[in-house]
Write a protein that binds this ligand. Structure first.
Ligand SMILES: [Zn+2]
Length: 410
């Protein structure tokens, strides 16, 4: 009943107002956004949001990684239900990636007030710091440090392009909001993140809502091929040891391996190349390139790993840079999200996330899951990022129903 009442109190106009207001902090080019993590624009956006939260009678906490927790009290002081995402953007980002999830949370808090609903458990809207990883590496910094605070010591030493450390930026943030009480990780009943899909699946299916079953895992590698730099014009074919040819000759076999293992689900990218000396009239003596391979099935990731060496020349050097296991979201939270989608009266479908999200780390801490709405043309990280207002509204309605249902669980 409370879930239904809150769903009906969601205001599409007010949601648009939150999104438009947030977009005034750090506008970028062509109607897009440039609001880097812990920048002045980010701090101003946070000040606005904290102000809005206090107007609603909410309590706001901060933690060591500048994550913000906006709590609407429940009838009892039980572990809360959390929702949220991030408000930092790519340098040429749009207005919805991350921002939509946080503004959706703000709108749900208003809908709860309008519907005069007080849930059993508290509901919290969270702003996770530096999800994009664009100013400071790595991405999902706030959510990963929340789940495992020991990560923060190392994160604090990381620098942006101007040499400012994460530690200095975090200290400046804390000084800007000295009135906010500090709070570390707490027991959490459930976490739900609402996000734009950033891919074409929902749009192509003409379905407004996606219940996200999980996030595919990833393996990153670097391959180094060593040849010999020599004169382009005078070195005869039998004597040429061209590192670029060695490297490019591996791409076909690696691609075929990924095809065999993943078929239509293949996500294989050779994104970064370094060619030395990178001169027009010198044979390349050394080439390094990266491999990004993603899949939802850990067995496929393992098989790719096992088969990779056989695709490379014997003297190539293979380095494993990064690995993250696939995330499988919590079945009971997914059940509630499916009911929340049903309550909107609109169609939904299960979907898998191709991109990382803060919920990936939260899933290590508490039962978690995500909701998606369509992205026009599958575009994100671009000023053209767009979702129909009616679809944005549908997502918030499903979120509102789900958060209340979770917050009424004893
Ligand atoms: Zn995002």
């Amino acid at each position: 009943m409370n879930a239904e009442k809150t769903l009906r109190a969601v205001s599409a106009a007010r949601l648009q107002y939150w999104l438009e207001t947030l977009a005034t902090f750090g506008p970028g080019t062509h109607g897009g956004m440039n609001r880097q993590a812990l920048s002045e624009e980010d701090l101003q956006a946070r000040a606005w949001l904290i102000d809005e939260a206090k107007k609603l009678g909410c309590t706001v906490w901060i933690d060591g990684c500048a994550n913000l927790f906006i709590r609407r009290d429940g009838r009892e002081d039980l572990p809360p239900v959390m929702t949220g995402s991030h408000i930092d953007t790519q340098p040429t980002g749009g207005t919805l990636d991350g921002c939509y999830g946080v503004m959706a949370g703000l709108e749900v808090l208003h809908a709860l007030t309008d519907a005069n609903v007080q849930t059993l458990r508290p509901i919290e809207v969270v702003v996770w710091t530096n999800e994009e990883g664009s100013r400071f590496s790595p991405g999902a910094m706030g959510s990963s440090a929340y789940v495992d605070p020991s990560r923060l010591t190392e994160y604090r030493t990381h620098q942006d392009a101007a040499g400012i450390t994460v530690g200095a930026a975090l200290d400046a943030h804390a000084q800007r909001f000295p009135e906010l009480p500090h709070r570390d990780k707490i027991a959490t009943h459930a976490f739900v993140e609402l996000h734009i899909e950033q891919g074409p699946v929902l749009e192509q299916a003409d379905i407004p809502l996606g219940v996200v079953s999980g996030i595919q895992g990833v393996r990153w590698y670097q391959v180094r091929c060593t040849g010999a730099s020599a004169h382009a014009g005078t070195t005869p074919t039998p004597m040429r040891r061209d590192a670029l040819l060695m490297a490019t000759n591996t791409l076909g076999p690696i691609d075929a391996l990924a095809d065999r293992l993943a078929g239509d689900d293949k996500r294989l990218t050779f994104g970064r190349w370094n060619v030395h000396p990178n001169a027009i009239n010198t044979i390349a003596g050394e080439v390094t390139f990266s491999i990004d391979f993603r899949h939802a099935d850990p067995a496929v990731l393992d098989a790719f790993d096992a088969g990779l060496s056989a695709c490379l020349p014997a003297d190539a050097e293979l380095t494993r840079l990064f690995t993250h296991a696939p995330t499988v979201f919590d079945r009971q939270v997914l059940d509630v999200l499916e009911q929340g989608c049903n309550a909107t009266g609109l169609p939904w479908q299960p979907i898998r996330s191709g991109a990382f999200h803060d919920a990936m780390y939260l899933a290590e801490h508490c039962p978690s899951a995500m909701l998606f709405v369509p992205s026009r043309d599958g575009i994100s990280h671009n000023p053209l990022e767009f979702t129909e207002p009616a679809q944005l509204e549908a997502g918030v309605r499903a979120l509102a129903w789900s958060l209340v249902a979770l917050a009424e669980q004893p």
